[in-house]
Design a protein around this ligand. Structure first.
Ligand code: NCD
Length: 354
């Protein structure tokens, strides 16, 4: 898929571009009515989301039989993808890798900068530009906030742009996790997404999944959010301002049991201590933010318990047996949701849905 770079004055200088409101930047990362690069959760509107969920459902069904699998794996068999994951990852990496393979895309990977020419002093920007000489799409996870966006910005200004997908950038955004989380809600609620109460629990300050998921919830009507966290790890003000701007009601509390009963979904997260500068995580008692077996009798019969994983102790293992614990299904949904996204970017989704 070739694309002519859009060269306008706001796009000429990275610092200037980076400081713009996301809404102003979105056209630069889109192509006609599709996403070209997938960088922010704010890129998904309700219509795109529903379309992706329908594609994901169709992929699940079609690939149950060899004939369907062969059809799907032919759709993008002329494409190659690079997975550049220089921050630890199990699920995001493996689900993207397998999503590519389902779609017939050939893959290559770098998972550690010590094995790339970055050790010889090449800039990260030059390294990722090199990938685009060989592949048709780059999927990346990077510890530096804004780096994935910068890569897309750089690439869109070259003669050979390729789509960039954000597989997690710093503490900032994880749009495809939010996509699979919302797909899991969609399946759990039989497509009835409005009028729900979503409770997010844990390290909300440094968790990128809850930030991106909050952005996506704006696409649905009458959603109530409850943020449960230790005082030190409350949701950041930019997200709270986003909610106020869009008239989305929320509460913040340290008392998990006070919001549990109302929840249609409880989204658990772990403490993100890899971001510690002065060992601040060690000073926090995280145990009030655990979901325990005894909580199962307090929550609604229809409430789903989610987690982006990896888990530490936030959810007692015996909870896994309860049908409301959907995090293992959520993990697998990631592969289908990501395959659907890739098919949307390359414009083959209509062939899957029909
Ligand atoms: C999350 C991440 O990397 O942000 N994991 C994931 O992608 N499934 C959550 C986490 O690491 O806590």
């Amino acid at each position: 898929m070739e694309r002519t770079p859009v060269m306008t004055s706001i796009n000429a200088n990275w610092e200037e571009f980076y400081s713009k409101e996301i809404s102003e930047k979105l056209p630069f990362f889109a192509k006609e009515d599709r996403l070209y690069d997938c960088l922010f959760a704010q890129q998904f509107d309700r219509e795109i989301l529903t379309g992706l969920f329908k594609t994901a459902d169709a992929l699940r069904t079609l690939t149950q039989h060899k004939e369907g699998m062969d059809f799907i794996s032919n759709l993008l068999s002329d494409k190659r993808a690079m997975l550049y994951f220089v921050q630890p990852s199990t699920r995001t990496f493996l689900s993207f890798l397998n999503a590519c393979h389902i779609m017939g895309i050939k893959t290559s990977e770098i998972r550690d900068t010590s094995t790339s020419s970055e050790v010889k002093g090449e800039s990260a920007e030059d390294t990722v530009r090199t990938f685009s000489s060989y592949v048709d799409m780059i999927i990346m996870r990077h510890p530096t906030p804004g780096f994935v966006e910068k890569t897309a910005w750089l690439m869109n200004r070259t003669n050979r742009p390729v789509p960039i997908i954000n597989g997690g950038s710093g503490k900032d955004q994880h749009p495809t996790q939010a996509l699979l989380d919302t797909y899991t809600l969609y399946r759990s609620f039989n497509g009835e997404m409005d009028n729900k109460t979503i409770v997010m629990v844990g390290d909300l300050k440094r968790g990128r999944t809850v930030r991106s998921l909050t952005y996506l919830m704006k696409n649905y009507k009458n959603i109530k959010l409850a943020f449960v966290s230790p005082g030190q790890f409350r949701m950041e003000p930019d997200i709270l301002e986003f909610l106020k701007r869009h008239n989305m009601p929320y509460v913040e509390t340290e008392d998990f049991s006070s919001v549990m009963k109302e929840a249609d979904a409880i989204y658990m997260t772990r403490i993100q201590d890899e971001h510690d500068k002065a060992g601040e995580s060690g000073k926090v008692d995280y145990s009030p933010f655990y979901f325990r077996r005894e909580h199962l009798k307090l929550i609604k019969k229809t409430c789903v318990i989610m987690h982006p994983l990896p888990r530490r102790h936030e959810i007692e293992v015996s909870v896994d047996e309860d049908p409301r614990a959907v995090f293992w299904r959520q993990e697998r949904n990631g592969m289908w949701a990501r395959a659907a996204l890739i098919s949307h970017i390359f414009g083959v989704d209509s062939k899957i849905k029909h």
